[in-house]
Design a protein around this ligand. Structure first.
Ligand code: PHE
Ligand code: FE
Length: 296
């Protein structure tokens, strides 16, 4: 999985070797891209779709990180670096803090279109990178990296990981047109992008930092609970305070189960999804995680 090959640099980055992708690998990318592009109209937030459009090079086949990085760097000063798989926490946070997004290079096989246990290039690039074109989200991701280094030192990584999970990976955002997706774990999943907005089962709660930090999550199935933000500005502001006292406060309180709802919880009450077409999701999430700490 994340075996570091001999060619890995001390910071775990490798070369993408774009020219070595096969026609079949490009074809799998296009298949996934076209399917998600169709599903995400009216479901993904505007900032994501704008970013995806502006990174137009990603539509033709597996993108060359050098081309993507050029566009990103010009826009928000982020760059993509290739990594062999999941990297250690400290490396991951350090890269984010330096506005480097680590992406895997391999793509799932044609018989794995719908479910994969670890992130691949489609999840990392299609799911994560378009939002890095948004100036506020770009700053949030850098702040998260800095916060990760700090949380590690304080021994509260698990609480910070939950924040990543329920925002960067599985976040929903309320817009004047209705609820929209911004979490990359959803954006790269055909079935969960439909389920998260249209299915009556999951709870949709108004984002609350402490509530999120206390909520466990499941890595191997659709989420039971999504947290809804109003804007990236709100998310950035809510996470600006020093977390050290908040970690201590939250550590003294019990955790919540993924599907638990309590009296104080505020349910999101806006309209869920304006798109009528809602087919039963027959498949699992496109991406699971092997371990709790693998929150990429
Ligand atoms: N404000 C946080 C802290 O002091 C850092 C952070 C910012 C964490 C944004 C996550 C997201 O630790
Ligand atoms: Fe991810």
């Amino acid at each position: 999985m994340s075996g570091i090959g001999p060619e890995a640099a001390p910071d775990y980055t490798i070369e993408q070797k774009w020219a070595a992708y096969t026609e079949e690998e490009h074809a799998v990318w296009r298949l996934l891209f076209e399917r998600q592009e169709r599903l995400l109209a009216g479901r993904a937030c505007r900032e994501y779709l704008d970013g995806l459009g502006a990174l137009g090079v990603a539509a033709n086949g597996i993108p060359d990180f050098r081309r993507l990085s050029e566009i990103l760097d010009r826009t928000t000063r982020w760059r993509i670096v290739a990594v062999p798989g999941l990297v250690p926490d400290a490396v991951f946070f350090d890269l984010l803090a330096r506005r480097r997004f680590p992406s895997t290079c391999f793509i799932r096989r044609r018989d794995q279109l719908d479910y994969l246990q670890e992130p691949d290039i489609f999840h990392d690039i299609f799911g994560h990178v378009p939002l890095l074109m948004d100036p506020v989200f770009a700053d949030y991701m850098q702040a998260y990296g800095q916060g990760g280094l700090k949380a590690r030192g304080l021994g509260h990584l698990e609480r910070l990981a939950r924040l990543y999970w329920y925002t960067v990976e599985f976040g929903l955002i309320s817009t004047s047109d209705g609820l929209r997706i911004y979490g990359s774990g959803i954006l790269s999943s055909g079935s969960e992008s439909v389920y998260c907005l249209g299915d009556p089962h999951p709870h949709r709660l108004v984002f609350d930092l402490r509530r999120v930090m206390r909520t466990c999550y499941r890595i191997d199935r659709f989420q039971d609970t999504y947290f809804v933000i109003d804007s990236f500005d709100q998310l950035f502001e809510a996470t600006r305070p020093d977390f050290a006292p908040i970690y201590r406060e939250v550590a003294a309180l019990p955790d919540f189960e993924p599907d638990q709802v309590v009296e104080n919880d505020q349910r999101f009450s806006g309209k869920a999804c304006s798109r009528k077409k809602w087919a039963a999701a027959e498949l699992g999430p496109s991406l699971g995680r092997k371990r709790l700490e693998d929150v990429r």
